[in-house]
Write a protein that binds this ligand. Structure first.
Ligand code: HEM
Ligand SMILES: *[C@@H]1O[C@H](CO)[C@@H](O)[C@H](O)[C@H]1NC(C)=O
Ligand SMILES: *[C@@H]1O[C@H](CO)[C@@H](O)[C@H](O)[C@H]1NC(C)=O
Ligand SMILES: *[C@@H]1O[C@H](CO)[C@@H](O)[C@H](O)[C@H]1NC(C)=O
Ligand SMILES: *[C@@H]1O[C@H](CO)[C@@H](O)[C@H](O)[C@H]1NC(C)=O
Ligand SMILES: *[C@@H]1O[C@H](CO)[C@@H](O)[C@H](O)[C@H]1NC(C)=O
Ligand SMILES: *[C@@H]1O[C@H](CO)[C@@H](O)[C@H](O)[C@H]1NC(C)=O
Length: 327
């Protein structure tokens, strides 16, 4: 009798918990509709002059968003400055001296805070700023659900281990994506991000002179691109910080030429060109080089997946006031 009464009252309670869980654990396309209805407008207004002044910033924001999400989920951790107890992700090998766009996120955050104080997380601002910036450089329009919250920690070691390196084999890179719930196709389509932006000579110079101790350049590098790159990156340490475009054909335009380049042996990073060294990924490269619409559609879908990795929602985490420090 007691047991039965208990069960009856527990049913609606559990049901409510379940509903609450659903409402809080998912992102929503209209998340800020009532709390910050002009959010997208504010972000567009804030980002437009930045991209007009420096087109590459679209690439830099995209990379920052990737590095945020692939390390302990999209939680704004990459944006945190070092503290006395944490060196932070900014110092990790893949980010140090190459991650850009922190001041841009500060500016967008400040513009949003003026209208909607303590409402929009820094990781949502980075996600949205990336989305807007890509649309300004010819990228696909895709709708992103919002409602992510900011984490309170940053990990240099997780950034070092989880962000793919251009020097590791395709198998290892694939594993880094699949461990985050992103599949082989997501990896190939998100690699299309390298249709914009630049890389330092240090990230591909090994291909230019003595590839894998063979005494010769990488045979999978087109000879005319090779000689251009050898002049941008002479064989001495002082050239390490020089830059070359990831897609030299249409440098800051977001298109599917990256994949045509790979078929042409004009991929810049060893890891880019490696997509041609596997029949499954090479078939996807061929598909995306041939069908720009397919690439746009799949890129948008994979960006939404990337933006869902390890998110904090509901009461978890916080809405950071300043993107560089926890509240
Ligand atoms: C597949 C494994 C990947 C590897 C090994 C890789 C590696 C790199 C490296 C070494 C650079 C040059 C950094 C520098 O020298 O400053 C770079 C730049 C870039 N990466 Fe990746 N990346 C990968 C995937 C991605 C993904 C998934 C995205 C976004 C969805 C992305 C977006 C970018 C962008 C846009 C740039 C140019 C940034 C700028 O110009 O500031 N990458 N990547
Ligand atoms: C949103 O922006 C429009 C145009 O700038 C403005 O008229 C409106 O008052 C804004 N709404 C809110 C809630 O800030
Ligand atoms: C414009 O972009 C350059 C980098 O290309 C940067 O140094 C400068 O601060 C930017 N100016 C403004 C007003 O954002
Ligand atoms: C690739 O991953 C394996 C383990 O799966 C590891 O032993 C190896 O060192 C990695 N290679 C590189 C170049 O990181
Ligand atoms: C392919 O390679 C040639 C030079 O080797 C280059 O001019 C061309 O722009 C490359 N890319 C595409 C998409 O054709
Ligand atoms: C990949 O394709 C090549 C050429 O079509 C073929 O010779 C090779 O056996 C294939 N490799 C695998 C692992 O399927
Ligand atoms: C190429 O695209 C078509 C159309 O979406 C798809 O059905 C097919 O599976 C794709 N092939 C590969 C190898 O991705």
């Amino acid at each position: 009798m007691t047991l039965r009464a208990y069960n009856l009252s527990a049913v609606p309670f559990i049901f409510l918990l379940f509903l609450g869980h659903l409402a809080k654990s998912q992102l929503d396309y209209r998340f800020y509709d009532s709390t910050c209805p002009n959010l997208t407008r504010i972000v567009r207004y804030s980002i437009w002059p930045v991209i007009a002044n420096d087109t590459r910033m679209a690439a830099s924001l995209l990379r920052l968003h990737f590095h945020d999400c692939i390390v302990n989920g999209c939680d704004g951790s990459v944006l945190l400055d070092p503290t006395s107890t944490s060196t932070g992700e900014k110092n990790a090998r893949p980010n140090r001296n190459s991650a850009r766009g922190f001041e841009v996120i500060d500016k967008v955050k400040a513009d949003v805070e003026k209208v909607c104080p303590s409402t929009v997380s820094c990781t949502d601002i980075l996600t949205l700023a990336t989305n807007v910036a890509l649309s300004l450089v010819g990228g696909p329009s895709y709708y992103i659900p919002l409602g992510r919250r900011d984490g309170v920690t940053a990990s240099e070691s997780a950034a070092n281990s989880d962000i793919p390196s251009p020097f590791e084999p395709l198998k290892n890179i694939t594993a880094k994506f699949t461990s985050k719930g992103l599949n082989l196709q997501d990896m190939v389509v998100l690699s299309g991000a390298h249709t914009i932006g630049f890389a330092h000579c240090s990230t591909f110079k090994e291909r230019l002179f003595d590839f894998d101790n063979t005494g010769s350049p990488d045979p999978n590098l087109d000879t005319s691109l090779l000689s251009n790159l050898q002049s941008v990156c002479p064989n001495q340490a002082s050239s390490d910080t020089n830059l070359a475009p990831l897609d030299p054909v249409t440098i800051n335009k977001f298109d599917n030429i990256y994949y045509k380049n790979l078929m042409n042996k004009t991929g810049l990073l060893r890891s880019d060109q490696a997509l041609m060294g596997d029949n499954t990924t090479a078939a996807m490269v061929f598909n995306y080089s041939k069908y720009p619409y397919l690439f746009s559609r799949d890129f948008g879908a994979s960006m939404v997946k990337l933006g869902n990795v390890g998110i904090l929602t509901g009461q978890d985490g916080e809405i950071r006031k300043n993107c560089r420090v926890v509240n």
